[in-house]
Design a protein around this ligand. Structure first.
Ligand SMILES: Nc1nc2c(c(=O)[nH]1)N[C@H]1C(S)=C(S)[C@@H](COP(=O)(O)OP(=O)(O)OC[C@H]3O[C@@H](n4cnc5c(=O)[nH]c(N)nc54)[C@H](O)[C@@H]3O)O[C@H]1N2
Ligand SMILES: Nc1nc2c(c(=O)[nH]1)N[C@H]1C(S)=C(S)[C@@H](COP(=O)(O)OP(=O)(O)OC[C@H]3O[C@@H](n4cnc5c(=O)[nH]c(N)nc54)[C@H](O)[C@@H]3O)O[C@H]1N2
Ligand code: SF4
Ligand SMILES: [Mo]
Length: 716
């Protein structure tokens, strides 16, 4: 008898919403279960490294709370009382609710809502095919990328940059507004290689001394929302000290002379007063990037999650256009390569049957939409039925008080298709169990690199779990939605999409599992010109015409500065709300994903905390571990204080996102965040919150230790 289990290593792709989109090697045991997950050694960007949370993916796949059967709510909304029903009944009931909503208020009363819990094209975007085929309300996605992408494209005209693998061949890597040790570990692989092999300098710009900043040669800890001022002062020094590349500027940029004049008053002293940095730090930063042509600007999402975020992204991006870094290998900028793939998504998304007159509702304003805000509803009918896939808005969306009120509405029907009983699923009328990525077929593209990748079904789904595609097709049949995509398998959809995009076939891709889609050097470095018709980088973009997907200008877009600047649109601290709170990502969670796993919870210290500067804590009498209350006009949150010196005074960091159920009164961190749109095209300022901070003390009256976990859904 052979007692050694048969272990095969199969290739896959991490499906999570993370720029790294790692190539994976997955151990499959006896063809049935998975073992270790490793970074694929043969993937040139992943280079054999993945984050710890995905390395132990079996903890998520085999989680005891994994949803296995369709459920019907039998108690009050949110009570967690459900009973098991069949798939037939669950889909019939959902379809009936959609048909009834449409009958009463028109098709726009149904709002399919989704995001990037999986980044697979088939499983993420198929919901749009159902939407478009039925004229259900549209979703304008604003929860993540909008300000960052808009700010970047404002400069380059295109969402693409230098090959991120070139970081390893840079003489300086600037890691700005991203915490890759937490959020996209592979950036560190390539940046640290540059330091080891070439003596490259690593510069990190952030609002707290996180593990990425600890790796920096030059650590720039600035006040939240002041990156535009830093960028302006750096460019001021570059012009002042003869480090601007005037030939490059004349050839490749729109208005270098006007920019130089505009920057004359943006001195290091001016920026020091705004950012809290010293003049010396600003001069050093300018000196490093001004004397090392091969400076690679790795620009993240974090510094764009402020009301002035698009402007700050554009300002930072303007620096390599002043030094001409784009001309050399290892130089230039990178934010996302999502603009290089140009995959034809008509079959998957049903773009061909979309009716452009149907309203689009803003994703981040889900709280306002569901509580009947007329502007958020665009003066249209109420939303009375929803299908939710790949997202957990009750936890992750801003203005949480409104979101919860909305989901509690008796006249709102919600069907949530999920892998685990999230706080959104708990509010649902129908809960459907979903497959995880190793249980279905899909196609992925890397935002933080340049590969088209497959992730195929390696094991059977447990229980009665079904894929998003199956659910969409099952509902389509029942509500009478018609489109050729509903009759295809995921593999057929992938094959047709690749072929229509000139990217080969499914079989071609299945051979190596990934395809390197990196554009040639001249194109990636914009040496044939930038993405605008005249080929010039824009220092003075027309903010109303940035070629990024949008719903027209919004927020205070009329006040956007003409040139890079410090734009005071942020929630400046006031006497009543003297602190500025950022909700930076926790290392062991991915937004709310993984916050159901015991290991991630334990590694995050077991409870939500807010970091407070020692002097602020002393002034308020706050000791380490004390309960504190954070509050603003949107609500109040109770959590513990952690005294941390790696902050500026007046700044608070609450690494996120803990389940709401881990806060004593169930109010999670997004109670404090706002859904005000970031100009010019929307987005949420998750890191841009003014708050009051009060001490409560070592015990919280009426609250029992230890912090409770989410109760199990009771099966009636
Ligand atoms: N472990 C983990 N990984 C993740 C995620 C997660 O939640 N946890 N989320 C995933 C998702 S959906 C995304 S979009 C990416 C995002 O990943 P990133 O691009 O890293 O962006 P953020 O996570 O928003 O924030 C990055 C950093 O910006 C800092 N920051 C906040 N305000 C400012 C500011 O005004 N200026 C500057 N310079 N810095 C500021 C924050 O403190 C944080 O350290 O990560 C993905 N990966
Ligand atoms: N305070 C604060 N809030 C934030 C942020 C922040 O930095 N601070 N970051 C924001 C950002 S950048 C983003 S992108 C959003 C993300 O917010 P979400 O898009 O809600 O991301 P997750 O919290 O990861 O939740 C994804 C859900 O999808 C489910 N899922 C995964 N795969 C599948 C599948 O194949 N089928 C189905 N049916 N379900 C699946 C997972 O189980 C998980 O519950 O959060 C935002 N919220
Ligand atoms: S670093 Fe990001 S892409 Fe890579 S395994 Fe972790 S979550 Fe997935
Ligand atoms: Mo995101």
């Amino acid at each position: 008898m052979n007692l050694i289990p048969r272990v095969e290593t199969r290739l896959s792709t991490c499906p999570h919403d993370c720029p790294s989109t790692c190539g994976l090697e997955v151990e499959v045991i006896e063809g049935r279960t998975i073992g270790r997950v490793r970074g694929a050694a043969g993937h040139s960007y992943t280079a054999g490294v993945v984050c710890a949370k995905v390395a132990r993916y079996s903890e998520r796949l085999y989680h005891p709370d994994r949803l296995m059967h369709p459920l019907l709510r039998v108690g009050p909304k949110g009570s967690g009382q459900f009973k098991r029903i069949s798939w037939e009944e669950a889909l019939d009931r959902t379809a009936a609710a959609f048909i009834e909503a449409e009958r009463r208020f028109g098709s726009e009363a149904v709002w399919p809502y989704y995001y990037a819990g999986t980044m697979g094209y088939v499983m993420r975007d198929g919901i749009n095919r159902l939407r478009h085929a039925k004229n259900y309300s549209g979703q304008y996605s604003t929860i993540c990328t909008t300000p960052a992408w808009t700010g970047y494209i404002a400069g380059t005209g295109k969402l693409a940059g230098a090959d991120p693998r070139e970081m390893a061949r840079a003489d300086c890597v600037v890691i700005w507004g991203t915490n890759p040790v937490h959020t996209q570990v592979n950036v560190m692989t390539h940046a640290l290689r540059a330091r080891k092999e070439r003596g490259a300098k690593i510069v990190v710009v952030d609002v707290y001394d996180n593990p990425t900043m600890k790796q920096a040669d030059l650590a720039l800890l600035l006040r939240p929302g002041t990156d535009g001022a830093l960028a302006c002062a750096v460019m001021h020094v570059l012009f002042r000290d003869g480090m601007a590349d005037r030939d490059y500027l004349a050839r490749y940029t729109d208005r270098p002379g006007d920019l130089e004049r505009h920057l004359a008053a943006r001195t290091p002293e001016w920026a020091a007063a705004i950012t809290g940095l010293s003049v010396g730090e600003i001069e050093s930063f300018a000196g490093i990037v001004g004397t090392r042509k091969a400076s690679f600007f790795r620009l993240g999402y974090g510094f764009s999650r402020s009301r002035n975020g698009a402007v700050n992204m554009h300002a930072a991006l303007s620096i390599p256009a002043v030094t001409g870094a784009w001309q050399v290998e290892g130089g230039g900028a990178f934010h996302s390569n999502s603009g290089v793939y140009r995959l034809d998504k008509r079959l998957i998304e049903g773009e061909d049957v979309r009716n452009p007159s149907i309203r689009r509702l803003q994703q981040t304003q889900i709280g306002r939409v569901l509580t009947g805000d007329r502007e958020a509803l665009r003066d249209g009918p109420p939303v009375t039925a929803m299908l939710i896939q790949n997202t957990n808005p009750v936890s992750v969306a801003p203005e949480q008080e409104l979101v919860k009120r909305g989901f509690a509405r008796e006249d709102l029907f919600t069907c949530v298709h999920e892998q685990v009983m999230t706080e959104t699923a708990r509010m649902a009328d129908i809960v459907l169990p979903a497959t995880m990525f190793l249980e279905h077929d899909d196609l992925y593209t890397g935002g933080g690199h340049q590969h088209i990748q497959l992730g195929l079904r390696l094991v059977d789904p447990p229980g009665e779990c079904r894929s998003n595609h199956d659910v969409i097709c099952g509902l389509a049949r029942r509500v009478g939605a018609e489109h050729p995509g509903f009759g295809m398998t995921p593999r057929e959809l992938i094959d047709r999409m690749l072929a229509a995009s000139g990217r080969g076939t499914f079989a071609d891709l299945a051979r190596d599992n990934w395809l390197d889609a990196q554009p040639p050097f001249e194109e990636a470095h914009y040496l044939n010109g930038f993405g605008y018709p005249d080929g010039k980088f824009r220092f003075a973009p027309d903010w109303t015409k940035v070629p990024n997907a949008n719903d027209g200008p919004m927020g205070p877009w009329q006040e956007l500065p003409e040139f890079p600047d410090h734009w005071e649109a942020i929630e400046v601290a006031t006497e009543r709300h003297p602190f500025r709170l950022a909700t930076s990502p926790a290392r062991n969670f991915l937004n709310s994903s993984f916050n159901e796993t015991p290991t991630s919870r334990a590694k995050e210290g077991g409870r939500p905390e807010v970091m407070v500067h020692p002097e602020d804590a002393a002034r308020l009498g706050i000791a380490s571990g004390d309960w504190v209350r954070l509050s603003n006009e949107r609500g109040a949150v109770l959590l513990r204080a952690r005294i941390f010196a790696g902050l500026r005074r007046g700044v608070l960091i609450a690494e996120s996102i803990w389940p709401n159920g881990f806060f004593p009164d169930g109010r999670g961190i997004n109670t404090l965040t706002s859904a005000d749109p970031v100009a010019p095209y929307g987005g949420a300022g998750f890191h841009d919150n003014r708050v009051a901070l009060e001490r409560i003390g070592p015990v919280l009256e009426g609250f029992d230790e230890p912090v409770r976990a989410e109760p199990e859904p009771a099966l009636a």
